[in-house]
Design a protein around this ligand. Structure first.
Ligand code: G3I
Length: 300
């Protein structure tokens, strides 16, 4: 196959990108998006600050634009992200306790309800675990509402959109380490107690190759019975092309790894300014990393 999306489809997987809605006006950008990808993620447009700028008042126009584009192109959509400690609107940053908890539940109901049936997988909760001390929950206004906030978010999302796969998503979880193990333990506990969870997202913001146990880490989550998805892939460093091939190979080797999303299209679109971590250069040319991914998907 000659595109990322079609090559991934032959392996039973999606290949997606995070997009910025306003760039869909730009011909050079949209040409690549439409040609290469089979799943879109809104880079910012479905986050809390974007969708509920003031309490109880929702704005879905920017997110809808991406969903409509995807639909017209026959692509699916990953939802990102229902609840997160960052990119909260100012009004939510100032809430706490039961007031914040009910605002969270209402937010999930409204956003997942609005997009009901149109999202293949939702990042229900993003980045709830700390980097240090690793293995613990991250302190946040949400965490301070009570340790059960994550399971409440998942149960609420299931009811609001029963057909979406519900994911927990995080970074620095690429290898087997204290942070990924804490998430593994939470997922295992959710499954044991019947809390709805279907997938774990590994953001995979990397520099050069992932840890040697990257595939083993994906596999241990898959062995719990959840899907694993690579959700925000970008890789800086001189060994970029090989590293992209390694990540792609790992996903192909894990049968429950259902897709890969790169976090942006061209290097100039990346949040990692100056690191050139994506598959297309600023002029939209395919980089060696692109060829490495495509060849790997094609079995090379
Ligand atoms: O839209 C405003 C614009 O009106 C304003 O003029 C401009 C000036 O700063 O800011 C614009 O908002 C920025 C927004 O991106 C849209 O470009 C925010 O400042 C900026 O903080 C925001 O950054 C996003 C970041 O999440 C916020 O935490 C990045 O685009 C986005 O790539 C990044 O994505 C995250 C994932 O959601 C979660 N995982 C990590 C990943 C990388 O940080």
């Amino acid at each position: 196959a000659t595109t990322l999306g079609s090559a991934a489809a032959e392996r039973g997987r999606y290949f997606g990108a995070a997009v910025a809605g306003h760039k869909l006006n730009e011909g050079a950008y949209t040409t690549i998006v439409n040609r290469e990808f089979t799943s879109l993620t809104a880079e910012n447009e479905m986050k809390w600050d974007a969708t509920e700028p003031s309490r109880g008042s929702f704005n879905f126009s920017a997110g809808d634009r991406i969903v409509n584009h995807a639909r017209q192109q026959g692509m699916s959509v990953r939802g990102h992200a229902l609840v997160w400690h960052a990119q909260q609107p100012g009004w939510a940053q100032g809430l706490e306790g039961s007031t914040l908890r009910s605002a969270m539940v209402n937010h999930i109901n409204q956003v997942a309800g609005h997009y009901r049936g149109q999202i293949h997988s939702w990042d229900v909760v993003n980045e709830a675990f700390a980097d240090w001390p690793a293995g613990q929950r991250r302190d946040s206004n949400l965490q301070r509402t009570g340790n059960d906030w994550i399971e409440v978010a998942f149960r609420t999302a299931r009811a609001a959109d029963p057909s979406a796969k519900l994911c927990y998503n995080d970074y620095n979880t690429d290898g087997i380490n204290d942070k990924s193990t804490a998430i593994y333990t939470m997922v295992r506990d959710f499954i044991a107690r019947g809390v709805p969870i279907d997938c774990v997202g590994f953001q995979s913001h990397l520099t050069n190759s992932p840890p040697a146990d990257y595939q083993a880490n994906l596999q241990r989550f898959a062995d719990l019975g959840v899907e694993v998805q690579i959700t925000e892939l970008d890789i800086a460093g001189a060994d970029q092309a090989n590293a992209y091939a390694t990540v792609t190979r790992a996903c192909l080797a894990v049968s429950r790894c259902t897709g890969i999303t790169v976090w942006g299209v061209r290097d100039s679109d990346s949040w990692r300014t100056g690191e050139n971590p994506l598959l297309f250069d600023g002029a939209g040319n395919k980089k060696p990393a692109y060829t490495a991914v495509l060849d790997t998907l094609n079995g090379g």
